[in-house]
Write a protein that binds this ligand. Structure first.
Ligand SMILES: [Mn+2]
Length: 407
């Protein structure tokens, strides 16, 4: 493995040791498409089962100690925020060697949100949505979380359906009020996610990174942008967005997944590994220039419909480590020297050489040196975990309930 000059293997190892990836509770559960839901016997149904799966992923990868939770799906009564029940979830996570990561409010499932949550024309519905987010801040405080992750389904399907500027101002008011609540906590941050379309098909209230950044700036210093790699239109240069947000001090975190057409939620690297590498390359380059790690929350947001949930999660974690390691091999000085000569070919070659390096043997050694399996996926398969939990969890799932179809 060819290292950039002035960098030792220890540099790579140290940075990898600080590269943690948060897995999402919902990635372990049965989830579906708009058209149907195929149940897996081993899929988790309760928060206890989701945490157990997350612990299994952390057990073989060693880099996933945090689990994102979803307020509506993971807490009794959609939160209800019964402090003892909430504390029990935190304790359970702790007993498994995990911590609760980002808190994800839900502003898209209640019937009242059909025409929007914080951008709804009805002030009572807007109030309810803001109230839920502020309760989510309280939930995060109880669980020791420092991150609120915000995604909105808000948008319209037809021209004329909504007053776009009015909705923008309501969105901004909601973020302002939420920021006040976040600022009262010790160190919580709020991350604002964007998406160009779906479920709304005409306009989405936070359609791209620029809108998310404008809302975050207006809200205050605790608000940053969350880049979900699947939330971009085809052909979008995501690493450009990442570089821009880094330079503006506005990049708060990622939701990793891969995609071919839209928000496909595929495992990382299954379609475009070079893009994930180019994103990491921008991060590594900025960190080298600053001499310090960037404060970025690395999170996975995937819903695996076809692959077994836990295996898919391990694949994605291992893929992220692989492309991050490749990015750590980029000789940025060589690229810069080539640029000085206007040598486009060699500047690109510095990037491509690192990507072409097979880092899997190095990562296997790295894992072994930390007492982890060299190949997390193979070790996980050999552990028999999936068969074991499928036997425990599957019985109740086999009865067709008619609840898995689209209409
Ligand atoms: Mn996401």
């Amino acid at each position: 493995m060819k290292l950039p000059p002035a960098l030792s293997e220890q540099h790579i190892i140290d940075r990898l040791n600080r590269f943690e990836i948060e897995t999402p509770s919902w990635g372990y559960a049965d989830t579906g498409t708009r058209f149907g839901k195929f149940l897996q016997d081993a899929a988790a149904a309760t928060i206890e089962e989701k945490l157990a799966d997350a612990a299994a992923v952390h057990g073989v990868t060693g880099c996933c100690p945090r689990v994102a939770v979803h307020v509506l799906w993971d807490f009794p009564g959609g939160g209800g925020f019964e402090p003892r029940a909430v504390a029990a979830v935190g304790e359970r996570a702790k007993s498994l060697g995990l911590r609760i990561g980002s808190i994800n409010p839900n502003l898209f499932q209640d019937q009242c949100y059909k025409l929007g949550s914080v951008t709804n024309r009805d002030p009572a519905i807007r109030r309810r949505a803001i109230g839920h987010m502020i309760e989510s801040v309280r939930l995060g405080t109880l669980l020791g979380s420092d991150l609120l992750s915000l995604w909105f389904a808000d948008g319209t399907n037809y021209p004329g359906q909504g007053h776009i500027r009015e909705r923008k101002r309501w969105m901004s008011e909601a973020f302002g009020e939420l920021h006040d609540a976040v600022a009262e906590t010790g160190d919580m941050q709020m991350l604002i996610e964007y998406k160009p379309f779906e479920p709304a098909f005409y306009h989405t209230d936070i359609a791209d990174w620029g809108m998310a950044a404008a809302f975050a700036r207006a809200a205050g210093p605790r608000a940053k942008v969350l880049v979900d790699t699947g939330h971009h239109l085809p052909g979008c240069n995501i690493e450009h967005i990442v570089a821009f947000l880094i330079d503006e001090g506005m990049l708060g975190g990622f939701h990793f997944n891969d995609r071919k057409y839209a928000d496909d939620d595929l495992t990382v690297g299954s379609i475009d590994p070079y893009q994930m590498f180019r994103i990491f390359n921008e991060i590594v380059m900025a960190e080298r220039e600053r001499g310090a790690d960037l404060a970025i929350a690395y999170m996975i947001d995937q819903s695996h419909n076809i692959k077994p949930k836990t295996e898919a999660m391990i694949e994605t974690v291992a893929a992220c480590q692989e492309y991050f390691t490749k990015a750590l091999l980029v000789d940025h000085a060589a690229a810069a020297a080539a640029r000085e000569q206007d040598d486009v070919v060699m500047a690109e070659r510095a990037i491509k050489d690192a990507f072409a390096t097979d880092v899997r043997p190095f990562l296997a050694e790295y894992r072994a040196s930390r007492g982890l399996p060299r190949d997390p996926l193979v070790a996980f398969r050999e552990s028999g975990y999936v068969a074991r939990v499928a036997a425990e969890r599957g019985a109740g799932k086999r009865k067709p309930k008619g609840g898995s179809s689209y209409a």
